[in-house]
Design a protein around this ligand. Structure first.
Ligand SMILES: [Zn+2]
Length: 339
């Protein structure tokens, strides 16, 4: 090794052997916003072998306050977050392997990621995706590192299959971070601390320091200067659908076509396409031009206006309807446009 990682191998719990293990590891990062940016950069700098990055969104100016991989130019180009992230991460380290997905995480994708990864990092902003990670990780027997932050506070816990109750079991006792889709404020240090704690847990796991992996749910508040470690060893539902005696992993079942999601903090509704009837970018562009509003096409999406809303159609057929308040409104508009 050329000394690039000398400060890390000097730290004896890592050492040369641990560094080699980090360099051979694949880690999936679900979400590439604030936490995903910080986690990805830390892992790439630490020498991770391969990163699998998933995010469904593009960069906007309001992201730059806390999403450290992105620039004003990325926002101007509305680059998908994983595209902008990959570009920046390769500038930091040329030899890192990165695979990206610009799409909604679903059961089949999460299972593929779980099969390929040593650890899954939670950098999402919603409970639905966390339950999906929880099922895929439990089914494939790998740990995932939960992280959530809002305001000046954050929560971190490594879910290790067989060692603790799963996320589904712990939901009633976890601090209600990101429990709702309300747009809440956040300060960058809350992101940095949460991501740093998550990365430390991942590094312990990857380097074989498994006794050092946290066993309590850690919660902190950087403004009130309080922190809390919640013991959870005795909480487990024996009937749990994920970690009980006869698990069924309900989140991994395919989602219904045309299903919708009101996106957290985004003031937008997302409509998933019917796989049998995908809407292409060409079709979206044609509709946008026919409606006569300003239409913009990039390699990744078409942005156009219809019925007083700003719409973004992605290459995978997802439609984001900005300003829509409810799933019903989103669905109605989708059917008026695409039948
Ligand atoms: Zn459980």
């Amino acid at each position: 090794m050329d000394g690039r990682y000398s400060r890390q191998t000097l730290f004896s719990p890592v050492g040369e052997e641990g560094q080699r293990e980090i360099g051979e590891a694949t880690v999936a990062v679900i979400g590439c916003g604030a936490l995903g940016s910080a986690i990805s950069e830390t892992l790439v700098r630490a020498g991770i072998g391969e990163l699998l990055l998933v995010d469904r969104d593009y960069v906007e100016l309001s992201n730059l306050q806390r999403q450290q991989l992105f620039t004003e130019e990325d926002a101007r180009q509305m680059l998908p977050k994983v595209v902008a992230a990959e570009r920046r991460l390769r500038e930091i380290r040329r030899d890192v392997n990165i695979s990206t997905w610009i799409r909604n995480a679903d059961g089949p994708l999460m299972e593929e990621l779980a099969r390929r990864s040593a650890v899954i990092m939670d950098a999402t902003d919603n409970f639905e995706t966390r339950l999906l990670i929880n099922d895929a990780a439990a089914k494939h027997g790998i740990p995932w590192i939960h992280g959530a932050c809002v305001g000046s506070s954050g929560t971190v816990f490594p879910f290790v299959p067989g060692r603790s109750a799963c996320f589904r079991c712990l939901l009633p006792v976890l601090p209600a971070v990101n429990a709702t889709c309300d747009t809440a404020g956040i300060i960058p240090p809350a992101v940095s601390v949460t991501a740093a704690l998550q990365c430390a847990e991942a590094m312990k796991w990857l380097t074989g320091n498994r006794d050092s992996v946290r066993r309590k749910v850690h919660h902190f508040d950087l403004w009130s200067n309080e922190q809390l470690d919640i013991g959870v060893s005795r909480i487990q539902n024996p009937e749990c659908e994920t970690c009980g005696s006869s698990p069924v992993y309900p989140e991994l079942a395919p989602r219904a076509a045309g299903s919708t999601a009101v996106l957290c903090g985004r003031d937008a509704v997302q409509i998933l396409p019917d796989p049998a009837r995908p809407i292409t970018l060409d079709a979206g562009e044609a509709i946008g031009r026919r409606l006569g509003g300003k239409t913009r096409r990039t390699p990744y999406f078409v942005e156009f206006r219809a019925f007083g809303r700003r719409l973004v159609l992605f290459g995978d057929g997802r439609l984001l309807i900005h300003g829509a308040k409810t799933s019903d409104e989103g669905r109605t508009l989708y059917h008026r446009l695409f039948g």
